[in-house]
Write a protein that binds this ligand. Sequence first.
Ligand code: HEC
Ligand code: HEC
Length: 340
Amino acid sequence: MKKKYQYITFLLFLFVIANAAQLLSSCNRAKGEQASADSLATRADTLVNIDTLKMPRGKYGAAVRYGRELMLHTAYYIGPNGVNGHYTGNKMNCTNCHRDAGTRPYAFNLVRSFRDYPQYRAREGRILSLAERINNCVMRPNLGRPLPLDGKEMISIMAYLKFLSDSSHIDNRTKGLKNMTVELPEVAASSDRGEKLYVHHCERCHAKNGEGKMLANNVSYEYPPVWGLLAYRPGSSMHRVVKLAQWLKSNMPYDKTTPGNAFLTDAESLDIAAFINDDKKHKRPVAKTTKEEDYPNYEEKAIDYDKGPFKDPFTEQQHKYGPYKPIIDYWEGKGITPAI
Ligand code: HEC
Ligand code: HEC
């Protein structure tokens, strides 16, 4: 047992060192980039991008490759019938949301995550390591049980995210690290309007009952489910209307968007998100533990988080569907910029 802890400590040590070196070199790079800002001005493509053909060799390279495989084929390796362990509880792959294994611009891009963690997270009310944040996604959208922190799978996903972070050339003009923003209208988002839009734009792939379409091999999806007992559960960030709308605007319909070019309008994205996340119309899985309390500090709740108690006078209904502006104004009046 003691040996195991020594081993874990050693691994953590390696990550800390790697991170520190990374920070130093990115500081130097930042200076260099400043100097060549003029030449950058002529560069048309400032979308975040990574050359995944340049993956390193050796043991570290093997971990990076397996980490990438896990993001692309999560269910095959660690799904309910996974060949390397049973961790995730549904058959969605990480890449269904973090598209192109976390490298696609405007699709919950993960290129910077390795350098952004550890980080204070309002939802947990404490500082989370990157590994803990990864396990949040294993447990929430993927309905699973946490990957052991010292196991091959977790270490490989971390190695892959480190590779992404090391090989990215990010400057202050890099676009696509966050999803596109949506303008928040004066009116509330409407699930009924969203339902009509869903039938028109989404049903052909995600199906009438939101169940998506399984691949013939029954391992994973051609079109992942958007609601139902095999989709992401409440408590996942996707279950927040504004958060989902930003992703939808940037990514769906699948065959009609390209990075940075939306198909849906802002209002349409919000209405469809309201419909997909409408728990009165659709079933979703429930959390396995009832102990979970998100946002222990109520004043830190994201404005579109739909469970009280709140430290403001607005209802759960308004937090979920808007109008959001009065909520933002309320908090800004107190000198606080609320999280969206
Ligand atoms: C149903 C969609 C969905 C799936 C599937 C999913 N995630 Fe996430 N993930 C999210 C959302 C939403 C966030 C929050 C992003 C935000 O707030 O900007 C997130 C955040 C993260 C973050 C933190 C990013 C950062 O820099 O803060 C990591 C790391 C992550 N996910 C890894 C994974 C891994 C690994 C898997 C597969 C085991 C996975 N996710 C599966 C939706 C998903
Ligand atoms: C042409 C087929 C197609 C259409 C049309 C389409 N999608 Fe998707 N959708 C996909 C695919 C494929 C993925 C997985 C993306 C990936 O793995 O890169 C996906 C992923 C998603 C996800 C994230 C994963 C999940 O299941 O939670 C959501 C949410 C989603 N689509 C919603 C929509 C909505 C809303 C519309 C209509 C505006 C829409 N899609 C239209 C094919 C489609």
